[in-house]
Design a protein around this ligand. Structure first.
Ligand code: NAP
Length: 507
């Protein structure tokens, strides 16, 4: 059905619409399903659940947060195969969640949201997708900030006649064996990909713009005895989860540049480099020129050794342009390639979903967020009534499990949706309350390594320079501030007088 055809069809009405079925959207759906009070639909543009864990299938993809922590607290998995589970296992976990919790029938697969607008006449959200129309009392965007690949602005990239793909859009039909391969980027994705590609490549060139800090990856396979223990005695898995949580939480002072914490992690990283890379020239190239923690600290035991293989080169000269044969460096040296892997991250600072969500004045979130995302309680936006955002502004973490942040928002939103539906109300953050909240975030960001560490990263908004993606405090503080909905700070409007509502409930 075309979009125009869909206009002739009656809109599907539901209480709650969720955009996305990754970790956050799926978790939100499970919370609503288990509560059993709300009618809800999940819109998913792809043909499967899983979000970034469905899309990132590159060789070596795995989580760099421990799986016993990087999983829902309400669905512990005692049988994680290892400390840092590989991507297929995480995707299986999400698929099983969707299936076992009865979420799949609620998901409309293959539907891309084209426009979501607040309709003042009905006080409902009106959502147009590539396959239909919906109306809802509450709209939840769970589109994530690692969902849309970011491509580098490099001259001539489209003229390359070899194969090109982004790390998040891996083409598995293309054999990478016996190829001349280039990888642009040295972030969390690239350092997992590089050791895998190097195994079979004729030659692999890693194009580094800035050196990352890398620390040892303390990974191991869980034995059958350990998995059996976690299965039979769930408290042991919970104790492990708690221990992992506090281990991550205790690292936050690094990001506030507390000297003892910085020195400890910095020497861990630099010793790792020294131990693994004896060659001084290569080590120099791999030594970061900014404070540790300014960008994500990476975990790997095989990245540095891979760079010392005879079929691998680290190129730091800088890319001038790409032509039909390969990459031309700033010194005019050229590197001919068969495959160019773009491992340059995601559109996290300017979220593409913001372009399709329109508020009371008709303007989109993207138009409001010219200087970066801003939200009340990191979850609601003034001028967008009955709208909640998961993993929106200032919800990312430099260290820690995003699942903790997601579960915090799930609870807040579930309570917010309860308030909206039970009171036939609509809630819209007071502009002043939102301004004060965002100001408190900016104040807390001051002095952090993200702003003062001397690097440029996607954590800072490219136009305003503000920290708009990361949460600048302890994870526990996020939960304390944003873990429970109250109407304070919101303009609340009731669809029908409260007396009439009470009367209706009694009869
Ligand atoms: P990323 O961390 O944003 O890294 C992008 C890399 O591309 C950086 O090295 C960057 O260099 C480089 N780059 C960007 N534009 C470039 C250009 N025009 N020319 C040359 N180099 C360029 O992206 P990512 O590695 O995909 O990771 C993104 C996020 O995904 C991570 O921070 C993490 O949150 C998540 N992730 C998690 C895991 C996991 O294990 N859980 C794995 C992968 C990804 P500069 O440093 O100089 O900017």
């Amino acid at each position: 059905m075309t979009i125009n055809d869909s206009r002739h069809r009656k809109a599907v009405e539901t209480e709650v619409l969720i955009i996305g079925s990754g970790f956050s959207g799926l978790g939100m759906a499970v919370a609503l399903k288990r509560e059993g009070k709300r009618d809800f639909i999940v819109l998913e543009r792809a043909d499967d659940v899983g979000g970034t864990w469905r899309d990132n299938t590159y060789p070596g993809a795995a989580c760099d947060i421990q799986s016993h922590l990087y999983s829902y607290s309400f669905r512990p998995n005692p049988r994680w195969s290892r400390v840092y589970a590989p991507q297929p296992e995480i995707l299986d976990y999400l698929r099983a969640t969707a299936h076992d919790e009865g979420i799949v029938p609620h998901v409309r697969f293959g539907e891309t949201v084209l426009k979501a607008s607040w309709d003042p006449a009905t006080s409902m959200w009106h959502v147009l997708t590539s396959a239909g129309e919906y109306t809802a009392y509450a709209l939840i965007s769970a589109a994530g900030h690692l969902s849309d690949p970011s491509y580098p602005d490099i001259d001539g990239l489209s003229s390359f006649e070899g194969k090109v793909f982004h790390s998040a859009r891996w083409d598995h039909s293309y054999s990478t064996a016996n190829r001349r391969i280039g990888v642009i980027g040295t972030g969390a994705s690239a350092i997992q990909i590089v050791p895998e590609l190097a195994r079979e490549a004729t030659h692999l060139t890693v194009f580094q713009r800035s050196a990352p800090y890398v620390i040892p990856r303390r990974d191991h396979v869980y034995s059958e005895a350990e998995k059996g223990l976690f299965t039979r005695f769930p408290d042991t898995a919970q104790e492990l989860r708690d221990e992992l949580f506090w281990g991550n939480e205790s690292r936050f002072p690094q990001r506030r540049q507390v000297p003892a914490f910085i020195e400890q992690v910095s020497s861990m990283a630099l010793n790792h480099l020294k131990n693994q890379v004896p060659d001084e020239t290569l080590r120099q190239k791999l030594t970061p020129n900014y404070a540790i923690g300014c960008k994500r600290i990476l975990l790997s035991n095989d990245y540095y050794p891979t760079l010392m293989q005879p079929n691998v080169s680290l190129e730091t000269t800088g890319i001038s342009h790409v032509d039909k044969h390969g990459v031309v460096l700033k010194n005019q040296d050229r590197i001919d390639l068969d495959l160019l892997v773009i491992a340059t991250g995601f559109e996290a600072a300017d979220l593409p979903v913001a372009e399709v969500i329109h508020g009371t004045d008709g303007k989109s979130l993207a138009e409001k967020w010219q200087n970066g995302g801003q939200a009340y309680a990191c979850t609601a936006v003034s001028g967008f009534p009955n709208f909640f955002l998961m993993l929106g502004p200032n919800t990312g973490l430099g260290a820690g499990s995003m699942i903790f942040m997601i579960e915090t928002q799930i609870n807040y939103i579930k309570e917010g949706v309860g308030f909206i539906c039970d009171n036939a109300a609509f809630v819209d953050p007071e502009p002043q309350a939102q301004r004060s909240y965002v100001e408190s975030i900016y104040q807390r960001s001051g002095g952090s390594v993200w702003l003062e560490g001397g690097c440029s990263s996607w954590y800072l908004h490219p136009r305003s320079g503000k920290l708009t993606t990361l949460w600048p405090d302890f994870m526990t503080q996020f939960r304390k501030e944003n873990g429970s909905f109250t109407p304070t700070g919101y303009r609340v409007t009731f669809r029908m007088p409260q007396e009439a509502l009470q009367l209706a409930e009694q009869t």
